[in-house]
Write a protein that binds this ligand. Structure first.
Ligand code: SAM
Length: 216
């Protein structure tokens, strides 16, 4: 994540008074520290829950080091999974946890992203926002993908999840994309009027983003 992207997230967090944010995939923890710093600056008790693999502990720098360095450890709840965040999401559903926002930046395969979306939908509060990263990413240059079928290597799976699952899902009708990012807001089943409409327009910008659902 870069600074200009964190600035977009800051607008979203502030527009929706985000208290409980979720991140799938933190790698070294750069995006985690950006988002936790924004939550910290917003006051009260706000937390970013973030999930990656056990191997993330071995990275240098790692999340713990970065969070401590930037003074946001108290705003980060980190989970290190043996195999996948998908199992931690199962536990969250069992525990009845809910989030205002989810940044999905983990495994960019069809299976990982598609099933993660299904689970995140259950974990998002009404009005909650989901942000997909790496919409254009394909695994074709990854060593692990060299023996995969051609279409799996060359298809941008996150974009397919977006188009085939999110855009066709009845819970999501406020959406925008920009470059590698796509953002959707869960329906609250109330008409999009007044303040909410103004906030959404502000996030979307004048001409910069495409509204795919002008009819709804
Ligand atoms: C693109 S990096 C995240 C970058 C980070 N969000 C940032 O902007 O600084 C993707 C991360 O997702 C993790 N990941 C991929 N698939 C995963 C899975 N199924 N469960 C947990 N973590 C996963 C990888 O270990 C990697 O650290």
């Amino acid at each position: 994540m870069r600074l200009n992207q964190a600035q977009v997230i800051e607008k979203v967090f502030k527009a929706y008074d985000c208290r409980d944010a979720l991140e799938l995939g933190f790698f070294h923890g750069v995006s985690t520290v950006y988002m936790a710093s924004i939550l910290k600056s917003m006051g009260d008790r706000r937390t970013l829950t973030t999930i990656d693999l056990l191997s993330a502990k071995e990275r240098s720098p790692n999340l713990d080091e970065l969070a401590a360095k930037f003074g946001v450890s108290d705003h980060v709840e980190a989970f290190y999974e043996p195999r996948s965040y998908l199992w931690r999401l199962k536990a969250f559903i069992e525990e009845g946890r809910k989030f205002d926002f989810c940044y999905l930046d983990g495994g960019h395969t069809w299976a990982d992203s598609g099933f993660a979306f299904f689970l995140i939908d259950k974990l998002l509060k009404k009005d909650g926002v989901i942000l997909f990263d790496d919409m254009k990413w394909t695994p074709e240059h990854q060593p692990a993908a060299q023996h995969w079928p051609e279409d799996e290597r060359t298809t941008a799976a996150v974009e397919r999840v977006w188009t085939l699952l999110v855009m066709q899902h009845p819970n999501y009708d406020r959406v925008w994309t920009h470059g590698n990012w796509a953002l959707a807001q869960k329906r609250d089943n109330t008409p999009l009027v007044g303040g909410a409409k103004r906030i959404w327009r502000k996030l979307i910008g004048a001409n910069k983003y495409i509204n795919f659902r002008p009819d709804r």
